[in-house]
Design a binder for this molecule. Structure first.
Ligand code: MD6
Ligand code: FE
Length: 207
Protein backbone atom coordinates (compact mmCIF):
# COMPACT_ATOMS: atom_id res chain seq x y z
CA UNK A 1 0.00 0.00 0.00
CA UNK A 2 1.66 3.20 -1.24
CA UNK A 3 1.12 6.30 0.90
CA UNK A 4 1.85 9.95 0.27
CA UNK A 5 3.45 11.48 3.37
CA UNK A 6 3.51 14.97 1.85
CA UNK A 7 3.27 16.18 -1.74
CA UNK A 8 6.21 14.49 -3.52
CA UNK A 9 7.20 12.34 -0.52
CA UNK A 10 5.87 8.88 -1.22
CA UNK A 11 6.30 5.80 0.96
CA UNK A 12 6.35 2.29 -0.53
CA UNK A 13 6.46 -0.07 2.49
CA UNK A 14 7.86 -3.55 1.74
CA UNK A 15 8.62 -2.67 -1.89
CA UNK A 16 11.36 -5.33 -1.86
CA UNK A 17 10.46 -8.85 -0.75
CA UNK A 18 12.91 -11.01 1.22
CA UNK A 19 14.48 -12.53 -1.92
CA UNK A 20 15.02 -9.11 -3.51
CA UNK A 21 16.56 -7.80 -0.27
CA UNK A 22 19.00 -10.74 -0.24
CA UNK A 23 19.88 -10.16 -3.89
CA UNK A 24 20.47 -6.47 -3.28
CA UNK A 25 22.58 -7.22 -0.23
CA UNK A 26 24.83 -9.50 -2.32
CA UNK A 27 25.41 -6.62 -4.76
CA UNK A 28 26.23 -4.25 -1.90
CA UNK A 29 28.71 -6.72 -0.39
CA UNK A 30 30.48 -7.01 -3.76
CA UNK A 31 30.52 -3.23 -4.14
CA UNK A 32 31.94 -2.77 -0.63
CA UNK A 33 34.81 -5.14 -1.48
CA UNK A 34 35.78 -2.94 -4.43
CA UNK A 35 34.95 0.33 -2.67
CA UNK A 36 35.45 -0.15 1.10
CA UNK A 37 33.30 1.69 3.65
CA UNK A 38 34.92 4.95 4.74
CA UNK A 39 34.08 7.32 7.59
CA UNK A 40 33.07 10.77 6.32
CA UNK A 41 33.90 13.91 8.34
CA UNK A 42 31.94 17.09 8.91
CA UNK A 43 33.20 20.06 6.91
CA UNK A 44 35.54 22.40 8.88
CA UNK A 45 35.29 20.61 12.25
CA UNK A 46 36.38 17.21 10.94
CA UNK A 47 34.01 15.50 13.38
CA UNK A 48 33.50 11.93 12.11
CA UNK A 49 30.03 10.74 11.09
CA UNK A 50 28.67 7.80 13.11
CA UNK A 51 27.66 6.11 9.86
CA UNK A 52 30.16 4.60 7.44
CA UNK A 53 29.64 5.04 3.73
CA UNK A 54 30.50 3.94 0.25
CA UNK A 55 28.93 4.59 -3.15
CA UNK A 56 27.97 2.97 -6.42
CA UNK A 57 27.61 4.81 -9.72
CA UNK A 58 29.56 7.25 -11.86
CA UNK A 59 29.58 9.70 -8.93
CA UNK A 60 29.77 9.24 -5.19
CA UNK A 61 28.99 11.56 -2.29
CA UNK A 62 31.90 12.18 0.09
CA UNK A 63 32.77 14.65 2.85
CA UNK A 64 35.89 15.58 4.75
CA UNK A 65 37.19 18.44 6.88
CA UNK A 66 39.15 20.13 4.10
CA UNK A 67 36.75 20.00 1.17
CA UNK A 68 33.32 19.43 2.68
CA UNK A 69 30.30 17.81 1.05
CA UNK A 70 30.68 16.96 -2.64
CA UNK A 71 30.26 14.40 -5.38
CA UNK A 72 33.33 12.87 -6.99
CA UNK A 73 34.19 10.13 -9.46
CA UNK A 74 36.78 8.41 -7.25
CA UNK A 75 36.76 6.69 -3.86
CA UNK A 76 38.45 9.02 -1.32
CA UNK A 77 40.78 6.30 0.02
CA UNK A 78 41.50 3.98 -2.92
CA UNK A 79 41.26 6.64 -5.65
CA UNK A 80 39.44 4.12 -7.83
CA UNK A 81 36.11 4.68 -9.64
CA UNK A 82 32.98 3.55 -7.79
CA UNK A 83 31.43 0.20 -8.76
CA UNK A 84 28.30 0.41 -10.94
CA UNK A 85 24.74 0.74 -9.67
CA UNK A 86 23.18 -2.76 -9.94
CA UNK A 87 20.36 -3.22 -12.51
CA UNK A 88 17.86 -4.05 -9.74
CA UNK A 89 18.26 -0.49 -8.39
CA UNK A 90 18.07 1.10 -11.85
CA UNK A 91 14.77 -0.76 -12.37
CA UNK A 92 13.53 0.41 -8.97
CA UNK A 93 14.41 4.04 -9.84
CA UNK A 94 12.58 3.75 -13.17
CA UNK A 95 9.54 2.36 -11.39
CA UNK A 96 9.20 4.86 -8.55
CA UNK A 97 11.13 8.07 -9.32
CA UNK A 98 8.96 9.49 -12.11
CA UNK A 99 12.21 10.88 -13.54
CA UNK A 100 13.33 10.11 -17.09
CA UNK A 101 17.11 10.07 -16.61
CA UNK A 102 18.86 7.38 -14.52
CA UNK A 103 20.56 8.10 -11.18
CA UNK A 104 24.29 8.86 -11.24
CA UNK A 105 24.98 8.11 -7.58
CA UNK A 106 23.88 5.55 -5.04
CA UNK A 107 25.11 6.47 -1.58
CA UNK A 108 25.38 3.46 0.75
CA UNK A 109 25.12 4.30 4.46
CA UNK A 110 25.90 1.67 7.06
CA UNK A 111 24.52 2.19 10.58
CA UNK A 112 25.69 0.23 13.60
CA UNK A 113 23.17 -0.07 16.45
CA UNK A 114 24.10 3.32 17.94
CA UNK A 115 24.62 5.30 14.72
CA UNK A 116 22.35 8.18 13.77
CA UNK A 117 22.10 10.90 11.18
CA UNK A 118 21.46 14.48 12.23
CA UNK A 119 18.78 16.60 10.56
CA UNK A 120 20.08 17.72 7.17
CA UNK A 121 18.99 18.75 3.68
CA UNK A 122 20.13 16.93 0.55
CA UNK A 123 21.23 19.91 -1.50
CA UNK A 124 24.56 18.96 -3.04
CA UNK A 125 22.85 17.94 -6.28
CA UNK A 126 22.57 20.42 -9.16
CA UNK A 127 19.39 18.78 -10.38
CA UNK A 128 16.86 19.44 -7.63
CA UNK A 129 13.99 18.44 -9.96
CA UNK A 130 14.93 14.78 -9.54
CA UNK A 131 13.82 13.07 -6.33
CA UNK A 132 16.12 11.18 -3.99
CA UNK A 133 14.99 7.55 -3.74
CA UNK A 134 15.84 5.78 -0.47
CA UNK A 135 15.92 2.01 0.17
CA UNK A 136 16.24 0.53 3.67
CA UNK A 137 17.78 -2.85 4.54
CA UNK A 138 18.34 -4.55 7.89
CA UNK A 139 17.22 -3.18 11.25
CA UNK A 140 14.37 -0.66 11.36
CA UNK A 141 15.06 3.02 11.93
CA UNK A 142 13.16 6.08 13.09
CA UNK A 143 13.22 8.64 10.27
CA UNK A 144 12.27 12.22 11.05
CA UNK A 145 11.07 14.80 8.50
CA UNK A 146 10.70 18.52 9.14
CA UNK A 147 10.11 21.48 6.88
CA UNK A 148 12.40 23.38 4.56
CA UNK A 149 13.58 25.63 7.38
CA UNK A 150 15.38 24.37 10.47
CA UNK A 151 13.48 24.30 13.77
CA UNK A 152 9.94 23.74 12.53
CA UNK A 153 7.50 20.95 13.30
CA UNK A 154 8.65 17.43 12.44
CA UNK A 155 6.97 14.10 11.85
CA UNK A 156 8.43 10.62 12.28
CA UNK A 157 8.22 7.46 10.23
CA UNK A 158 9.60 4.00 10.96
CA UNK A 159 11.59 2.58 8.04
CA UNK A 160 11.90 -1.22 7.87
CA UNK A 161 13.92 -3.57 5.67
CA UNK A 162 12.60 -3.49 2.11
CA UNK A 163 10.87 -0.10 2.46
CA UNK A 164 11.35 2.54 -0.24
CA UNK A 165 10.87 6.28 0.24
CA UNK A 166 10.71 8.72 -2.67
CA UNK A 167 11.76 12.21 -1.63
CA UNK A 168 10.88 14.81 -4.22
CA UNK A 169 8.53 17.57 -5.27
CA UNK A 170 8.12 20.75 -3.22
CA UNK A 171 9.50 18.96 -0.13
CA UNK A 172 12.75 17.88 -1.83
CA UNK A 173 14.72 20.24 0.44
CA UNK A 174 13.04 19.28 3.72
CA UNK A 175 15.25 18.63 6.71
CA UNK A 176 15.35 14.97 7.66
CA UNK A 177 17.47 12.54 9.65
CA UNK A 178 17.65 9.23 11.47
CA UNK A 179 17.02 9.47 15.23
CA UNK A 180 17.70 5.86 16.11
CA UNK A 181 18.12 2.29 14.98
CA UNK A 182 16.01 -0.52 16.50
CA UNK A 183 18.46 -3.41 17.05
CA UNK A 184 17.24 -6.95 16.49
CA UNK A 185 14.32 -6.00 14.23
CA UNK A 186 15.68 -7.76 11.12
CA UNK A 187 17.64 -10.93 10.42
CA UNK A 188 18.89 -9.77 7.00
CA UNK A 189 22.29 -8.59 8.29
CA UNK A 190 23.92 -11.35 10.34
CA UNK A 191 25.60 -8.90 12.73
CA UNK A 192 22.67 -6.48 12.83
CA UNK A 193 22.68 -2.84 11.86
CA UNK A 194 21.07 -1.03 8.98
CA UNK A 195 21.95 -0.16 5.41
CA UNK A 196 20.33 2.77 3.66
CA UNK A 197 20.76 3.37 -0.05
CA UNK A 198 19.94 6.72 -1.62
CA UNK A 199 19.75 6.98 -5.38
CA UNK A 200 20.48 10.44 -6.69
CA UNK A 201 20.55 12.40 -9.91
CA UNK A 202 23.40 14.91 -9.54
CA UNK A 203 23.56 16.82 -12.84
CA UNK A 204 20.70 17.83 -15.09
CA UNK A 205 20.28 15.30 -17.92
CA UNK A 206 21.40 17.92 -20.47
CA UNK A 207 24.79 18.21 -18.70
C1 MD6 B 1 18.66 7.19 6.02
N1 MD6 B 1 18.26 9.01 4.60
O1 MD6 B 1 17.55 6.75 5.76
C2 MD6 B 1 19.04 8.59 5.67
N2 MD6 B 1 18.00 11.62 2.21
O2 MD6 B 1 19.50 6.52 6.59
C3 MD6 B 1 18.45 10.21 4.02
O3 MD6 B 1 19.25 11.01 4.45
C4 MD6 B 1 17.61 10.57 2.89
O4 MD6 B 1 16.06 8.80 3.20
C5 MD6 B 1 17.29 12.05 1.17
C6 MD6 B 1 16.16 11.40 0.76
C7 MD6 B 1 15.74 10.29 1.43
C8 MD6 B 1 16.47 9.85 2.52
FE1 FE C 1 19.38 12.81 3.29
Amino acid sequence: MVTTIREGIVFHPQYLDAAAQEALLRHIREAAKAAPLFTPEMPRTGKPFSVRMTNMGSLGWVSDRENGYRYQEAHPVTGRPWPPIPPLLLDLWRDVSGYAAPPEACLVNFYGSSARMGLHQDRDEQDLDAPVVSVSLGDSALFRIGGTVRGGKTQSLKLASGDVLVFGGPERLCFHGIDRIYPGTSTLLKDGGRINLTLRRVYKPSH
